[in-house]
Design a protein around this ligand. Structure first.
Ligand SMILES: NC(=O)C1=CN([C@@H]2O[C@H](COP(=O)(O)OP(=O)(O)OC[C@H]3O[C@@H](n4cnc5c(N)ncnc54)[C@H](O)[C@@H]3O)[C@@H](O)[C@H]2O)[C@@H](O)CC1
Ligand SMILES: Nc1ncnc2c1ncn2[C@@H]1O[C@H](COP(=O)(O)OP(=O)(O)O)[C@@H](O)[C@H]1O
Ligand SMILES: [Mg+2]
Length: 282
């Protein structure tokens, strides 16, 4: 098990080149945020914005449009019942997040089915929250060609892998990943010291704090992973950097706040990113 330290940030986060434009920093599409869990979709898309993705769209229940735009008008919005437009946005995106606050009803199932059958091998699909619970319980194909990043917490991983939390250990987790998911899949198993698995390697995060134990914290992580993959391309180092950065921002907020609100945490990301980009080492 390799420990993730802040060295991953200096490796992954590069200074921006002067002549670049938003098109160079990737298109992120977040599909999430039902009537009940609207905040989850907004937090994911907002985290992608503050981590520097070039263009971000949130596809969600229309009840969430004004709340999103009151906070961040930079983010585009699509009513997720418009499946024709959604399908073309899925095709245009570099990175798609599905699941934060998606819910489990038949509309959510259709959205997951559409996404799994539309993505291609050049794209990254991050599957989180309700979409993981749907994958575990429904009849969905998991052999889609995209680069997959799964971000379960321990109970979601129990549903997906069949491993009880007490049975979750590095060997069992990596075996379950290899037997159930395509070889390019990255597993981010969230907990106090989050573990990241590829089919070859295992990593453990060293940042983070119990101040982060509050609803919406994982939703923000999906947006951070999406934005770093959209900008810095190589999915495994970008995912490791995202997990470390999320924990570091949590520690920063947690140093002065008993609980680190996800919406406060994400506001610290741009300043952390510029600091590490200035220390960038190849
Ligand atoms: N503001 C919002 O709109 C929020 C929406 N959310 C969405 O709500 C849906 C349901 O997700 P939930 O995770 O709340 O519910 P789940 O029922 O999927 O999981 C929560 C259960 O897992 C248990 N658990 C065991 N180990 C855990 C660990 N290491 N980390 C976290 N939980 C652990 C918890 O005690 C709890 O009983 C998802 O779509 C999620 O994205 C949540 O993110 C909460 C905030
Ligand atoms: N005690 C803790 N120490 C470090 N990180 C934590 C702690 N508690 C929660 N986190 C982090 O917060 C996030 C919680 O994710 P998740 O349970 O999916 O939240 P939600 O679905 O409510 O957004 C994970 O990234 C997890 O690592
Ligand atoms: Mg979650």
């Amino acid at each position: 098990m390799q420990l993730i330290t802040d060295e991953i940030l200096t490796q992954v986060i590069t200074p921006r080149l002067p002549e670049t434009h938003k098109g160079n920093y990737g298109r992120v599409l977040v599909i999430g945020g039902s009537k009940l869990y609207g905040g989850a979709g907004i937090l994911s898309a907002s985290a992608a914005l503050l981590t520097g993705a070039g263009l971000i769209t949130l596809a969600s229940d229309t009840v969430n449009r004004n709340a999103l735009h009151a906070r961040y008008p930079e983010i585009m919005f699509l009513d997720w019942t418009d499946l024709t437009t959604l399908s073309s946005l899925i095709k245009q995106a570099n990175v798609i997040v599905i699941g934060p606050g998606l819910g489990l009803d038949t509309d959510a199932q259709k959205l997951l089915q559409l996404t799994l059958t539309t993505v291609n091998a050049q794209q990254t699909l991050i599957i989180d929250g309700s979409a993981l619970t749907l994958l575990a319980t429904g009849d969905f194909k998991t052999n889609c060609p995209a680069q997959l990043v799964l971000t379960p917490h321990q109970e979601e991983w129990h549903r997906l892998s069949g491993l009880k939390i007490s049975e979750q250990n590095p060997i069992a987790n990596q075996t379950a990943l290899a037997t159930k998911f395509p070889k390019q899949t990255i597993l981010v198993l969230k907990q106090h010291r989050t573990e990241i698995y590829s089919h070859q390697d295992i990593f453990q995060n060293t940042s983070g704090t119990a101040a982060m134990a509050t609803g919406g914290m994982g939703d923000t992580l999906t947006g951070i992973i999406a934005a770093l993959i959209a900008q810095f391309k190589d999915p495994l180092p970008a995912t490791l950097a995202a997990v470390y950065l999320h924990g570091l921002a949590g520690q920063l907020v947690g140093a002065t706040h008993y609980v680190a609100l996800p919406s406060t945490l994400i506001e610290r990301l741009p300043e952390l990113m510029v600091q590490y980009s200035q220390k960038h080492s190849k």
